[in-house]
Design a protein around this ligand. Sequence first.
Ligand code: AMP
Ligand code: GLY
Length: 416
Amino acid sequence: MRVLLLGGGGREHALALGLSSDPSVEALIAAPGNPGIAGIAEIRSVDPLDPAAVAALAVETAADLVVIGPEAPLVAGVADAVRAKGIAVFGPSGEAARLEGSKAFAKDVMTAAGVPTARAYACTDARSVAEALAEFGPPYVVKNDGLAAGKGVVVTDDREKAEQHARECGRVVIEEYLAGPEVSLFVVTDGDTAVPLLPAQDFKRVGDGDTGPNTGGMGAYAPLPWTPPGLVDEVMRDVVHPTLAEMRRRGVPFSGLLYVGLAITTAGPRVIEFNARFGDPETQVVLALLESPLAGLLHAAATGTLAAHPPLRWRDGAAVTVVVAAEGYPAKPRAGDVITGAERPGVIHAGTARRAADGALLSAGGRVLCGTATGPDLAAARDAAYDLVRGIDLPGSHHRTDIAADAIEGRIAVAR
Ligand code: AMP
Ligand code: GLY
């Protein structure tokens, strides 16, 4: 089949690697792609937020399957426009993508479906903000209601900071703090049938030991040796199936990738957020371990035939990815620095570009590259990932040094 992949970050490079190694894929086209993806796909340019333009490109490239990586095109209705041309799309409709696009909508669906999550209030004025903060107490959790590329959430003990974030956002969701280790569970679905991938863990804070501001994600690993037995079945039963049923009931079935962000609290798993697409950088590790052909799986979800798809096969061992971020990320990332040492297999491009004059590789985003490696166990995968990172030279860059460390040392525990 011919596959058109929309997007150009680390997630899309990982998706491109998976798609291009599926023998059923005869052509992979990526738009806008990035220099890493350019090595394995034909690159086209398109405005990813223009539904008509993407649909036209899908027709022009004779795509049998369009895979939409990032959330913004989904929320903009790109999947609807492509589907209207009769082309299979992996990714939800614009309406269904509101599970990610609006925190308030997601909370409403979860409440209706009886999904375990933090209690929350949607607030638009100073008075309702003050009341919600007072009710929950610290640590305060204040979320921008709209899309914020992983940076719209402030978790703080400082009431003034919490109020300031609420003022800056206008419309926010304020919720109860959920204590416990976080899990990202990706579920491939055609709206009815749902297939979980391996749970992974992301590192959202910029600094070692989970310090500093939230980011899009600084690293990830899978599998998770510390999760309680039966966790995935429990989340499928209590979260995924009720949510998909509620979306069908509302006449907005959700197909594509349902990303369930969970806190594993002492009372059991609680949903922190839904996303409507693969997570970044968790995708890099989950797909590194997936043995089943990726395009076949995504095509089955896109065509409503997931029930007939064979069970997924996974590689033994573990995978770790470490993000190399630009100087100043997340506040004010610097772009335009020359990168060397990014040629080794396992180096995934996220925010990179080629200099037109000489083809030099440049930083062009906050999260610039990821070192992704597999190994017989987490410790081996972690060593190999950091080896890749050490080989990369990007002036001013920074990365976390503790990705997967607590899991390897047995320092993550879930009391139940
Ligand atoms: P979100 O964009 O909703 O995933 O939030 C980003 C990060 O903020 C999450 O990965 C958590 O680390 C943290 N967070 C969000 N909501 C909560 C909550 N209710 N309790 C504790 N931490 C949270
Ligand atoms: N890794 C977090 C996200 O993709 O939202």
